[in-house]
Every structure is written in structure tokens, then in C-alpha cells.
Design a protein around this ligand. Structure first.
Ligand code: ADP
Ligand code: MG
Length: 469
């Protein structure tokens, strides 16, 4: 295995968050009852003509800009022919020879820092319907709600050299389209589907091997598994003297194997030609500039800024960025109180990324910890009380329940004296060298002070007393 390296190029299909479909006014959404979001065009009734959705074009420009692409100011829609019941026209409208964008790159975070992959092209195309095969009653259903939903296809160069890199690219692209507001990023529902092209070669070889294409993957984990599986399968084949077939395969995530679907190209001839119903798509420089003004700080820029400016780890930064609601929540809280590290820690670890208190409550809660007014433990207690209660602020709970850290040395001394008197056996154990009992006695202190004792002060006093005995 060590003799070979894996070569990977990815193709992504990104479902766009437009209101209507790519060429019809039917609603874009296939979660409804089957065949309810369907217009005449989507089921290919004769005499209907497609009209391009301008929002989809805007989204393509947005992504093209974010991926540093070169724009073809004139691009062409083509018909890609194949016959399947979920494609009633008998062809899919896509872009072939002249796509809207070419030659870009995507910077993506990895555990070894930021890397880049080249983008070959981005093109606009329509999605197909969905077939539902009921094997037990020997029949298939078609749902055309998805037919005609706008997609952007993003194709990378074969630049990737490990399953991890491919997974990182998938994650980064998802984060990017979420931040650009062009896709909901919902992978389980197929909002970003990936095809992995995989080949192998020996480390000293110059040219790539024959590749296979694993289609329609909709999770980062499955992408990694499918690539690693395919890498091993190809090595075994080559090592046993066989040739790799240029074929399309499907990943069976349940059994963790890939299965051949069809031979590529040799069998399928898509008979591409420009769609005579659609004029060339012309985009002006001024339109590109207008879209450019809509783009805010990109996730990769945030990633770098969070790490450099706030000293967050790469992992913390990417967790905060991978969900747009969380990103906003983090940045808004930070405007109120400038301790990015602690805010990040609370959002990620204490709140488990589901913000159920307001930014004002969180900012104040963290300030209370930082100012040593409450312990972290008490802060967690306050947090529970704040859940779904926007009307009260942390400081009010502190005052009502007297939760401030007890800095008064004399009160603490009294309490600790009593604890020592009331626990003679434990004290004896401690004196005979079983120092683990110290934790128990500290626990008693915390209990007797309702957790508000200054932990360092309490420790010092307890130790002092025990040593005096
Ligand atoms: P097609 O039109 O058949 O889909 P392309 O040349 O457009 O073929 O390539 C599709 C994808 O395959 C791209 O993502 C590209 O990076 C990738 N690719 C091309 N050659 C190889 C190879 N030898 N190994 C792995 N991936 C490859
Ligand atoms: Mg392809």
C-alpha cells in the first residue's frame, strides 16, 4: 500500500436556495407531497418553453467570485440526453462546452493548515426528479418535485491526495455555500452531493491511472470511507495483474462497499448540443460587480482571523464557522464582551452549539466568571436557570440567591473548622497518609458553602488546618 498514492478529483452538485425552479415558476422545494411543486415545464408538456431564473444566475456568480473563478461573459446551455423515467424531457439542461465559470480555486482548512484545490469549472444545471422503487410490489413511482431545481456543479482538478483532504474540501465547500446564502447545506437531504473520481499510481509514476467515479455521496464520512475503500480495491486489482475499468460506481454505505453501476462513456453517449430554446447567457461586468458587493467576509477569511486575532485553535474556529447561526451568535456576543476564547469555549463545550440564552446573558455570564464573581460551576447552574428565560440577567440570579464567590476568610475558617471537627475519621485517614481524603473534605466545604467558596482560598485554609493537627 505504501507504494501507491491516491489521486482524487471531486464533483459537487449544490442545490440552490431560490424560490422557484431553474426554468419554471414552480416552487423550489421537494419536501411537500409528491408532484405538488410541479409546473408544465417540469413534466415536459409540449409547447412549454424554459425561462432562466435570474436568482440562480446571481448565485452562480456569487460562488464563482468566492472561488476566484474566471467568468465566461457568454455561456451556453446544452441538452444532455439520457432516458430515465425521472427525466421526462429525455434530456437535462446543463452547461457543457461553455460553462459560466472556469479556472478557480478553493482554500480549505486542514489539520496541517490551509491548503488549496484548483477548480476546473462551475456550471448551472437542473436537477432530475426522483424515482421510488417498490421492489416488494414490483413497481416504481416518480416524484417530480425535484425536477428542475437549480443546481451548481463544481468540478475540482485531480489535485487531492488523501481521503482526509477530500473530506476537508467537502466541509469547506459546504461552509462556503452556507455563508454565501445560496444553499442550506443540508447534506442528509442531498443539498450538496459529491462524486469522487479516484485513481492510483505508484509514487514515482508521472501519469495518473485509469479512474473510477463514485457517484452521489451525501455525507463527509461516507466520502472518506468510499475513497479509502476504492483506493484499496484498485491496489488489489493492479497488484493481482488486472486492469482498472473506467466505470461509475455507487457507494453502499450500509455494507461499506462500492458496486459497479455502469461503464462510462463507451456505453453512454449524451449527444450534447446547445439548447435551441435558450439564448446564450450573457453576464455583464457591472452585474458581476453588483454581486461582488453582496459578498461578506468569506468563511476562510474568518477562519484565519479567528485563529490570528482571537488565538482560537483551527478546530474551534471551524466549528464556530460551520454553522451560520453560531457564527453570528459568537460575533454578536463578542461585540458585548471581548473574551473570544472564553465565549468560544462556552458556545462549543458548555452550550453544545445550541444557543438558548441571549447574547446579553452569555456576555454577562462570562464576565462574571472572568471577574471571579462566580465559579464556573455556579455559572453552569445560572446557565440552566437562564434557559428559555430571556427576562432575567445572570447578575440578578447571583444577587437573589447569594451566589457570589465567598472571599471572606473568617467565615470560611469557621466553616472549615466545623468540618474538621465533624469528620474525625477522615481527618485521621488524611493524617495517616491517605491524602485522597482531601478531595472529600473539600467536597464538604463546597457543600457547606453552597458552592460559593473561593476554591483557592478554601484549599489553602483546609490544608493549613490539617497540617496543624
Ligand atoms: P468527465 O467529463 O468524464 O466527468 P472530467 O475530465 O471533466 O471528466 O473530470 C471529471 C473529474 O474527474 C474531475 O473532478 C477531475 O479532477 C477528475 N479526474 C480526472 N482524471 C482523474 C484521475 N486520473 N484520477 C482521479 N480523478 C480524475
Ligand atoms: Mg462528470
Amino acid at each position: 500500500m505504501a507504494d501507491y498514492e491516491v489521486i482524487i478529483g471531486l464533483e459537487f452538485h449544490i442545490q440552490l436556495l431560490t424560490n422557484s425552479k431553474l426554468f419554471s415558476s414552480a416552487r423550489n422545494g421537494y419536501e411537500n407531497r409528491p408532484n405538488t411543486n410541479v409546473d408544465d415545464i417540469d413534466i415536459a408538456l409540449p409547447g412549454t418553453l424554459p425561462v432562466i431564473n435570474s436568482k440562480a444566475v446571481e448565485f452562480a456568480i456569487k460562488l464563482g467570485l468566492a472561488l476566484n473563478c474566471k467568468f465566461n461573459t457568454t455561456s451556453i446551455f446544452s441538452r444532455k440526453h439520457y432516458f430515465y423515467p425521472d427525466l421526462p424531457k429525455g434530456y437535462q439542461i446543463t452547461q457543457h462546452d461553455l460553462p459560466i465559470c472556469e479556472y478557480g480555486n478553493l482554500n480549505f482548512p486542514t489539520k496541517n493548515g490551509i491548503k488549496a484545490v484548483e477548480i476546473e469549472r462551475i456550471h448551472i444545471e437542473e436537477d432530475s426528479g426522483k424515482s421510488l422503487h417498490m421492489d416488494d410490489i414490483n413497481c416504481s413511482y416518480c416524484d417530480y418535485n425535484r425536477a428542475g431545481i437549480p443546481l451548481l456543479e463544481v468540478v475540482t482538478r485531480p489535485d487531492l491526495r488523501s481521503a482526509e483532504e477530500a473530506m476537508d474540501v467537502y466541509k469547506a465547500l459546504r461552509t462556503l455555500v452556507i455563508h454565501l446564502d445560496i444553499c442550506d447545506g443540508n447534506m442528509q437531504e442531498g443539498s450538496i452531493r459529491a462524486d469522487a473520481n479516484v485513481s492510483i499510481r505508484k509514487h514515482d509514476e508521472k501519469i495518473f491511472g485509469i479512474r473510477t467515479e463514485i457517484k452521489n455521496i451525501n455525507s463527509v464520512k461516507f466520502l472518506g470511507q468510499a475513497i479509502n475503500h476504492e483506493f484499496h480495491r484498485q491496489i488489489l486489482k493492479v497488484e493481482s495483474g488486472q486492469r482498472i475499468n473506467r466505470e461509475t460506481r455507487l457507494w453502499d454505505s450500509h455494507n461499506k462497499i462500492s458496486k459497479p453501476l455502469r461503464d462510462k462513456e463507451t456505453i453512454l453517449d449524451y449527444r450534447y448540443f446547445p439548447d435551441p430554446d435558450l439564448p446564450p447567457l450573457i453576464i455583464s461586468e457591472s452585474r458581476i460587480r453588483m454581486v461582488h458587493n453582496l459578498i461578506q467576509e468569506l468563511p476562510i477569511q474568518k477562519q484565519i482571523r479567528y485563529q490570528e486575532e482571537f488565538q482560537l485553535t483551527a478546530n474551534e474556529a471551524s466549528i464556530l464557522i460551520s454553522n451560520k447561526v453560531i457564527t453570528l451568535y459568537f460575533e454578536q456576543t463578542l461585540k458585548l464582551y471581548k473574551n473570544a476564547k472564553n465565549i468560544a469555549n462556552w458556545i462549543i463545550n458548555e452550550m453544545q452549539l445550541s444557543p438558548m440564552i441571549t447574547i446579553f446573558q452569555l456576555a454577562q455570564l462570562i464576565r462574571l466568571i472572568d471577574d471571579k464573581i462566580v465559579t464556573t460551576k455556579i455559572a453552569r447552574y445560572i446557565y440552566e436557570k437562564l434557559l428559555n428565560n430571556q427576562a432575567v440577567m445572570p447578575i440578578e440570579i447571583v444577587a437573589d440567591e447569594k451566589l457570589e464567590i465567598q472571599h471572606d476568610c473568617e467565615i470560611l475558617q469557621e466553616i472549615i473548622k466545623k468540618i474538621i471537627i465533624n469528620n474525625p475519621t477522615e481527618v485521621q485517614k488524611y493524617k495517616s497518609g491517605k491524602t485522597r481524603v482531601f478531595e472529600f473534605l473539600m467536597g464538604q466545604v463546597i457543600k457547606n458553602t453552597r458552592g460559593v467558596a473561593d476554591p483557592n482560598m478554601a484549599k489553602t485554609i483546609l490544608k493549613e488546618y490539617l497540617d496543624q493537627i
